[in-house]
Each structure stands twice: as C-alpha cells, then as structure tokens.
Design a protein around this ligand. Structure first.
Ligand code: COA
Length: 388
C-alpha cells in the first residue's frame, strides 16, 4: 500500500440547473479538478465516476466511458469505470480510485460524481430514489426515504428524548453554513420557526428537515503521495478509508437508531489513520435528513449515543464549535445530487485543509472526516484527510 494524496478538486454549483446538461456538468467539474491539479490527459492512468441512477434520471447509462469522452480523452483510451452504491456512489468511487493508487496499479486517477435529478418530476425522483431501499419489504408497501428516516427519528425521540427542535436546529445550522458557500443550492439562512412550521413530509420530518432534489457534479484528482509535490504545493493526504454494509431494509438491523455500517466504516478508517474520533477537527456527514446528522455524529463517535440532539443545540457542531459539522451546508443546504455527494464532501475537506474555504473556513483545520451513506445505511464510506 502507498500513501495517496488529493492534488486537485472541482465542483459545479448545486441546484435546479435547467440550463446545464448532464455532459456539461461532468465537463465543468472534471475540467476544474484537472486544471486545479495542473495535469494533462496523458498523466491520467484511470477514471472512476459515481452515479446512482443516471439511466432513470437522464436516460443515460454507460457513463464511465462517457466521462472520458466528455473530458476530451476518448482518443487516449483511459480505463474509466462507473461505480454505484445509491447515495454513497460518490464515496465509493473515491474509495475505488484511492485503492487503485494505493495498490501501486495507478499513479494519477480522476474521480467524479454526478447526478442530474430535476429532469424528472418530484414524484418520479422519489420513486427512483426508493429503488435504493428494499423493494420487497419497503418500496412495495409505499414507503419512501423521508418515511424511512421519519421512522428512525420517531424511534430516536422515543429512546433518547430527542426533540423536534433539536432536529430542526440541524437544518438551521446547515443553512447558515450553506449561506457562506457560493456553490450551495440554498444560500439563505433560515429560522428555527420556519423549520418547525414547514409542511410535514413524513412526520416528524417537515420540508426543511429534508435534503432537496438536486443537480450537480464534483471531481477530484488522486495521486501517489510521493509524486504529489510534482503537481501541487498543497497536497492533502487520505490517511484512512473505510467501507461497510448492512441490510437494505431498516427492520433487519440490530438497532434502527444506529447505522452499524457507519460504525464499522469509521472503525476501519480510524484504525488505518491511527486516530480516534476525538482527533477529528471537522467533518462532512451525510445529513440527507436532519435525524441522519444526529445519528451520524453519534455513530462516528463524536458524541455519546443518544446525545446528538443536545450536541446540536449546545452548538458543538457549528462553524466555531468544538467539531464543526457540514461546513459546506451539508446535503441539507448545499444540495444532494446523490452520485456527486460523496465526491463533493472530499472537495469541501480539501478546501478547508488548504485554507481555501473562504467565509466558512474552520480555524486550524488539520484533520477532516467525510461520511457518505447509501440508502438508509446499507452502505457507508468514511474517509479521513490530513494536510501534508
Ligand atoms: N429544503 C429546502 N427547500 C426546499 C426543499 C428542501 N429539501 N425542497 C424543496 N424546497 C423548496 C423549493 O426550492 C421551492 O421553493 P420556491 O417555491 O421558493 O421555488 C419549494 O420548496 C417547493 O419546491 P418543490 O420542488 O415543489 O418541493 P417538493 O414538495 O416537490 O419536494 C421534498 C420537497 C422534501 C419532498 C423533496 O425535496 C425531497 O423529496 N427531498 C428528499 C430527497 C431524498 O429523499 N433524497 C435521498 C435521501 S436518502
């Protein structure tokens, strides 16, 4: 195994991007990352792209080769592979790229993530997303992801006394961070009252507890750490990578308030990095719904199980808190183009660790963690990054 560094990042704005095609989004994120890394096509050994359901959202499959073509590299015949793991597709693509460089097979790898979800209507988007739940035991009976996470929230409230206000505070915090991110879908701060008064989607979760339906793409360039300084003076090292799985359906789990895939993926990443949760300076976690961020900060070990809600209201996870969480605005405010999310999280970590996060810069950011979940927790990928 060799050390691996991120030497370039690129991100499109997230949102309802009617004026941009699927191909344009890929090209924009990819070319930004390639320019940032100061590499050329001939330097690239392989490409990986994460996308959950491009076939259903924009009728386009076979996007591994498409990404190479859109990037202008088809005549170079670079191996290019699409990776799928529902909303964790991006994180999985990062991990596959990381493993291919760490193994010594490749020196320079471009990783992308893409989803364009608004080309279908809201109902259809919900149906497509539900294909990542268990068809026989969940989707068949009409339950969708807001409903599944609402069950987790209800149980968390019952077990630990988590309150509706604590859930809402996650959205308030993440919209405040999103307001500082020029790439975020929502760049307006929101009040606690507006979250509490929003239309109910699946009780107790309202509109403002949900991540939106988004279009967007993200890209990073990975390089063998020993060669990274050839391209950049600010490489960021991946010091831990973990992945774990669990049952697709919620009812099969040991405890529906704990995402064991998160616990196991984090354990693997912490062990490889030789650190524990208390060493992490800041994190991007998978807040597809407000309850998901509360579970994540518990399952990653930042706070004790059941204390996630209190940690939010005690401002432990705000930008100036003990461990800032979702400095980008998270899925909630930055947006959640599902296949792009896991790659975009790495982009945010790299910007923070290079001191280039502008108004949302975390002071003394040295160690960052990214947490990307597929479905309600059947797949989880965790990465830990450190400035070199
Ligand atoms: N957060 C904040 N604002 C949102 C929003 C969200 N999640 N979703 C929509 N809005 C805003 C829109 O911008 C729009 O504002 P405008 O009137 O000022 O333009 C307004 O609310 C209505 O938008 P619309 O697209 O009609 O909402 P909708 O009712 O069709 O969809 C949800 C709302 C919550 C159902 C949809 O965002 C959703 O399904 N989210 C969950 C996605 C998901 O499950 N992802 C996978 C997770 S595992």
């Amino acid at each position: 195994m060799r050390d691996v560094a991120v030497i370039g990042v690129g991100l499109t704005k997230f949102g309802e991007l009617w004026d941009k095609s699927f191909r344009q989004l890929i090209a924009e994120a990819g070319s930004k990352a390639i320019l940032d890394a100061k590499i050329e096509g001939k330097d690239i050994d392989a490409m990986y792209v994460g996308s959950m359901s491009s076939g259903r959202f924009v009728d386009q499959e076979h996007i591994g080769a498409l990404v190479a073509e859109v990037s202008g590299f088809s005549s170079l015949h670079i191996p290019s592979t699409r990776v799928e793991g529902a909303c964790a597709s991006g994180g999985l693509a990062v991990r596959e790229g990381y493993l291919s460089v760490a193994s010594g097979m490749n020196d320079v790898v471009v990783v992308g993530g893409i989803e364009k979800m608004n080309d279908v209507g809201g109902g259809e988007a919900t149906e497509i997303l539900a294909t990542a739940s268990d068809q026989e035991w969940e989707a068949f009976f009409g339950v969708t992801f807001p409903g599944i996470y609402a069950m987790i929230a209800t149980r968390h409230m019952h077990e630990y006394g988590t309150t509706r206000e604590e859930l809402a505070q996650v959205a308030v915090k993440n919209h405040a961070n999103g307001a500082l991110n020029p790439c975020a879908q929502y760049q307006t701060p929101i009040s606690l009252e507006s979250v509490l008064k929003a239309t109910i989607v699946a009780s107790p979760l309202g509109l403002m507890d949900c991540s939106p339906v988004s279009d967007g793409a993200a890209s990073i360039v990975l390089c063998a750490a020993e060669k990274a300084k050839k391209y950049t003076n600010k490489p960021v090292k991946i010091i831990g990578s973990g992945q774990a799985s669990d049952t697709l359906a919620l009812h099969g789990r040991r405890d529906i308030c704990t995402l064991d895939a998160t616990v196991y993926a984090a354990k693997m990443a912490y062990k490889q990095a030789g650190i524990s949760a208390k060493d992490v300076d800041f994190a991007e976690v998978h807040d597809c719904f407000t309850i998901a961020e509360i579970c994540a900060i518990e399952d990653l070990g930042f706070v004790e199980k059941g204390k996630g809600g209190q940690a939010i209201t005690n401002h432990i996870t705000t930008l100036d808190g003990q461990i800032p969480v979702n400095t980008s605005g998270g899925l909630k405010a930055k947006g959640h183009p599902v296949g792009a999310t896991g790659v975009a999280q790495i982009v945010e970590l790299v910007l923070q660790l290079r001191g280039e996060a502008g108004k949302r810069q975390v002071k003394d950011a040295k160690l960052g963690l990214a947490h990307n979940v597929g479905g309600s927790g059947a797949t989880c990928v965790v990465h830990i990054l450190e400035a070199m």
